[in-house]
Write a protein that binds this ligand. Structure first.
Ligand SMILES: [Zn+2]
Length: 359
């Protein structure tokens, strides 16, 4: 097993059901093996290399004769694939309920496979879950081929960017199913004698982020408050809520930290994410104060010596800095978008695509 995955305080992390795939979903060389890992007693993580778009980690916590699932995949196909690999666990302890850490489709668009079971999330997550529609992503997936043939104004870069992001996923037939039970702030529950502590830490990455702490198993599932080896992103902000949540995670008495994307996290990985957010804030604030527009400011950050020397320069998808820069600019009362609605979203990704290292 790749040592990168087991670099954690837990001694018992073990890959119990590998997929054996030799490339990632987007065709990269995996930096760790894909599959179901036992991370604590009766506690599992579905880890997907390398943690890029849609390569989402899930959690399964067996509680006697039932299992709680933390998050689902971006589509039904990949969610079913996970269920098949977890069959040895699930045939003895079927899924009893689902906890969604947040409303991004790559964490909840498999919910319909568990329709009728209790699904838990923050109220803010449930309110946001229908904002994005699978049919829109289906249309975008197909139109990205067309866009990639338009060599003007970065439309071709947008086409390649969205095409690479969406190609592995099948968005047709997905019905978005929201939570049946919501909470705000904190929620504790007991499932078969196992305590779950759900902490609302958003808005930050999205409107309604929560982290799931299972104290008996000394494990925390962070959702997308934490990425490892992948550039984090603040869609919603405020960014300060993300760093606050990361400090809460650092203070938890756990052995295993399962990030939303990437390999299992060490405390140093959590600190690296805090450092990233602190660095981004300190680089951007003076540029914003000088009236530099957000596109130029993001580019200057990515091209700076400080960035290139920093460990986060090696993280996947550095261009996501653009989204977080827009969020910070909005926090500072500055305009970032010329267009609104779906055109505004496409334009946002076009501008982000132009900041990819290869473009
Ligand atoms: Zn995600």
């Amino acid at each position: 097993m790749n040592p990168r995955v087991i670099r954690t305080a837990a001694s018992r992390v073990k890959l119990i059901s590998p997929t054996g795939r030799k490339t990632t979903r987007i065709g990269a060389i995996p930096v760790f093996e894909e599959g179901l890992y036992e991370i604590a007693q009766d506690t599992y993580a579905w880890l997907v290399p390398n943690g890029s778009w849609g390569e989402t980690n899930l959690g399964l916590v067996r509680c006697g004769d039932k299992t709680m699932l933390i998050d689902t995949c971006w589509d039904l196909h990949h969610t079913r694939d996970m269920l098949e690999h977890a069959d040895a666990v699930l045939k003895e302890a079927p899924i009893h309920g689902v906890i969604n850490t947040h409303a991004d489709g790559d964490h909840c668009w498999g919910n319909q496979l568990f329709n009728g079971l209790p699904i838990y999330s923050t109220k803010a997550c449930a309110d946001q879950i229908h904002h994005h529609k699978p049919a829109q992503l289906s249309a975008l997936k197909w139109s990205s081929k067309l866009f990639s043939c338009v060599p003007a104004n970065g439309v071709d870069a947008l086409g390649r960017y969205m095409g690479d992001m969406l190609r592995p996923y099948r968005f047709s037939g997905i019905k978005v199913v929201g939570a049946s039970q919501t909470f705000s702030g904190q929620m504790s529950m007991d499932v078969g004698g196992v305590a779950f502590k759900l902490h609302e830490v958003g808005p930050g990455h999205t409107n309604g982020d929560c982290v799931v702490h299972v104290p008996d198993r000394r494990v925390v599932f962070t959702g997308d408050i934490l990425f490892v080896g992948v550039t984090p992103v603040a869609w919603a902000g405020p960014v300060a809520n993300i760093t606050k949540a990361l400090r809460q995670i650092q203070a938890m008495d756990v052995d295993v930290i399962v990030p939303g994307h990437g390999p299992l996290a060490t405390l140093a990985d959590v600190q690296s994410q805090i450092d990233y957010w602190d660095w981004l804030h300190s680089e951007l604030a003076p540029l914003a104060a000088q009236g530099v527009n957000v596109d130029d400011a993001a580019r200057r950050c990515l091209e700076s010596k400080a960035f290139r020397r920093a460990p986060f320069a090696k993280w996947l998808a550095p261009e996501r800095l653009f989204t977080s820069a827009c969020t910070l600019y909005r926090e500072w009362g500055l305009e970032t978008a010329k267009y609104s609605g779906p055109i505004g979203q496409l334009d946002h990704f076009r501008r982000q695509a132009l900041l990819q290292p290869s473009s």
